[in-house]
Design a protein around this ligand. Structure first.
Ligand code: GLN
Length: 203
C-alpha cells in the first residue's frame, strides 16, 4: 500500500462532515459523494447517520442509488452508522412501504428501535476488533439488529438496561455497520477498523 485509500462519504443528507474528518484522521483520503460519477475511483464508502428515508429518496433523485447498489454488489467496502446501517440492511422493519435499502448485509434491522421503545440513549459498548476498552455509544433514534444470517459476524450487543442483548454492530465481509455514531464522539477506532478493512481488501 503506497498511498492512502480513497473513501467516499455519501453526502446527500446527514452527518457526512464528521465522517470525512474521522476518515482523514484514520489515514484515508476522504471526499463527499452525491452523484454517480463521484463513485469512480473509490476504495470504500461511508453511509452516514441521518434519516434513511430521506437518503433513500435523495439517492434515487440524484441517480446514485442504483450505481451504488451495483458497486456494493461488486464488493465495494462500506461502513454504515445508524441510518447508514439501515441502508446496508437486506431487510428493514418499521419502515414506510416505499422505503428501499441498498442492502448487502444479511440482517433485519428495526428502524427507530431505541427512539420508540426505550428512548435514545448513551452507553458503553464493547466492540469486537476494537482494542483499548469499550466505546461510548451514542444512539439517536437508532436501529437495532433483530436477526442476522449465518455469514454475519456480531461485533457488539447492548450490555444493560431494557435493550440488553440487542445487536448494535455487525460485519459481513468488507461491510461494517453500527447502530451508534462513533463520528460524533471523536473516538476514531471504528473508522480505523474500516480503513484497515479497505486496505486489507486492496492488498
Ligand atoms: N431514525 C433514523 C432513520 O431511520 C436514523 C437515526 C440516525 O441516523 N441517527 O434513518
Amino acid at each position: 500500500m503506497t498511498s492512502a485509500p480513497t473513501i467516499g462519504v455519501l453526502a446527500l443528507q446527514g452527518d457526512g462532515r464528521e465522517h470525512l474528518i474521522a476518515l482523514d484522521r484514520a489515514g484515508a483520503s476522504s471526499r463527499p459523494v452525491r452523484r454517480p460519477e463521484e463513485l469512480e475511483g473509490l476504495d470504500g464508502i461511508v453511509l452516514p447517520g441521518g434519516e434513511s428515508t430521506t437518503m433513500d429518496k435523495l439517492a434515487r433523485a440524484f441517480g446514485v442509488r442504483d450505481p451504488l447498489r451495483a458497486a456494493l454488489r461488486a464488493g465495494l467496502p462500506a461502513y454504515g452508522s445508524c441510518a447508514g446501517m439501515i441502508l446496508l440492511a437486506d431487510r428493514v422493519l418499521d419502515a414506510p412501504p416505499d422505503q428501499e435499502t441498498l442492502g448487502g448485509i444479511d440482517m433485519t434491522v428495526r428502524r427507530n428501535a431505541f427512539g420508540r421503545q426505550v428512548a435514545s440513549f448513551e452507553g458503553d459498548v464493547k466492540v469486537t476488533g476494537v482494542e483499548g476498552g469499550p466505546m461510548h455509544g451514542v444512539f439517536i433514534r437508532a436501529p437495532w439488529v433483530e436477526e442476522v444470517g449465518a455469514g454475519v459476524e456480531v461485533l457488539a450487543r447492548v450490555e444493560g438496561g431494557e435493550a440488553a442483548g440487542r445487536i448494535v454492530a455487525v460485519r459481513q465481509g468488507s461491510l461494517l455497520a453500527t447502530s451508534f455514531h462513533p463520528e460524533v464522539t471523536g473516538d476514531g477506532r471504528v473508522h480505523e477498523m474500516f480503513v484497515r478493512i479497505v486496505i486489507d481488501r486492496q492488498t
